[in-house]
Design a protein around this ligand. Structure first.
Ligand SMILES: [Zn+2]
Length: 237
């Protein structure tokens, strides 16, 4: 097929554009899949679950603490009453009975106070745990935002690059004769490109031409398309 050297250079440019378009398309797919973004989202999800779990534990503990406080107030109220009654009573037997009750109330009061201290310690520990999770959460959110911004910016850059490449591709195709353009498209659809012959090497496949392939290329006039005997690429000399 006839092709001026200018057309042959255009074919070479066209195939470079197509290779770049394919490479970029793979990069776009990778960025869209966004393994890092997915991992960051997963980490944030785990953090949310931890946060919820600690908050639930804290709520339950606060409830337990309020109950303990109420119990303590009741016991303290009864102690006060008993003390007043002991002072007002004149029956030795009643006083003895109330003193016994007072003893067990004081014991109960001590137990409740101890339980309250244990609960307060647990609340403090959980509050510390909560603030660690919240700090971690802020960091994870920031990291995710950075990754999402990078993803968006990366995609925008690649997509505008693709747009430019497609425009250049269309321009190259218009500069070719319809026959050459069709020939190129057919070959490219089969995965066959255009190579530059440097020395005896086809840069589309990297093979050194020899024997019949070399003779065939050498016997092809410069204004006609030569093909690589190894990979079938159009060879631009
Ligand atoms: Zn080749």
């Amino acid at each position: 097929m006839k092709a001026s050297s200018q057309h042959q250079e255009t074919l070479l440019d066209l195939s470079r554009i197509d290779l770049q378009l394919r490479r970029n398309q793979r990069l776009i797919a990778d960025i869209e899949a966004g393994a890092e973004v997915q991992a960051a989202r997963q980490n944030l999800l785990v953090n949310s679950e931890q946060l919820l779990s600690v908050r639930n534990d804290l709520d339950a503990l606060q409830l337990e603490l309020r109950r303990a406080e109420t119990d303590l107030e009741l016991v303290e109220g009864r102690i006060e009453k008993d003390q007043v009654r002991i002072q007002q009573s004149s029956s030795q037997k009643d006083i003895q009975g109330m003193q016994n009750e007072l003893q067990s109330l004081l014991k109960r009061k001590g137990e409740l106070e101890e339980a309250e201290i244990v609960l307060l310690d647990r609340v403090q520990l959980l509050n510390e745990k909560l603030s660690v999770i919240q700090i971690e959460r802020e960091e994870l959110q920031k990291k995710l935002a950075v990754l999402e911004n990078e993803q968006t910016a990366g995609l925008a850059k690649l997509n505008s690059g693709q747009q430019l490449l497609r425009e250049n591709r269309a321009r190259d195709l218009q500069n070719l004769s319809p026959e050459l353009a069709e020939h190129y498209e057919k070959l490219f659809a089969k995965g066959i490109g255009v190579g530059k012959l440097s020395g005896l090497v086809c840069d589309a496949c990297g093979m050194t031409l020899s024997g019949d392939s070399l003779d065939s290329v050498r016997n092809t006039p410069m204004d006609e398309l030569a093909h690589c005997g190894e990979c079938g690429a159009i060879l631009v000399r």
